[in-house]
Design a protein around this ligand. Sequence first.
Ligand code: GRF
Length: 218
Amino acid sequence: MAQPWPQQTSELRLGVMASGEGSNFEALVAACREGPLRGRVLQLVVNNPGCGAQGRAERLGIPCELVDHRQHCSREQLDGALIEAFAACGVDLVVMAGWMRIVSPRLISAFPSRLINIHPSLLPSFRGLDAVGQALAAGVTLSGCTAHLVNTDLDGGPILAQATVPVLPGDDRNSLAARIHRQEHRLLPLAVALAAARLRDRTAAAADPSPPAGPPSG
Ligand code: GRF
């Protein structure tokens, strides 16, 4: 991972969404507690009762709210409940750490340039479901993971950071996914810091009244 770690001027307030095991959620909490990420995970939201992420939140002492998609009649309504959960604790950024649902424009526009996803492929290759299986089927020798900002294009938002792993002879879904997971755990905290730095730079540029530098006049 050649990407340098950006400078962090303040503690980030983070919300996390997870559907499954929650190993990325736990890696994010660890990066906040033990470094290098200056931040705090204030709220986890899960959509599957009893999922691994929920158990991890309990063990780690992170508030966890269940927003079950089966109790909501549309994506927009589900996303409305997510927005409420995160707005209640005033988060700066929301991280989809293995959120296995497509999100609606309602959630995306509630967190413009503040919604981050982690995907187990080198995007733009192998978007969507079973990215690891897709990579194996394609016979690639290099795979990895991508952290990106979320927009309405599925797995197509601006890339924040990527990490590569080799695909080894004899790899199956489990072995390759495990190798990718280890990189995700390092990449996701970095991507959060990079997203925060982008926001900071944009805000600073918008506040700067000086005209952009032109060519020398003499
Ligand atoms: C990760 O591989 C991530 O890329 C994908 O879902 C998986 C979540 O794993 N979106 P975990 O629940 O964080 O262990």
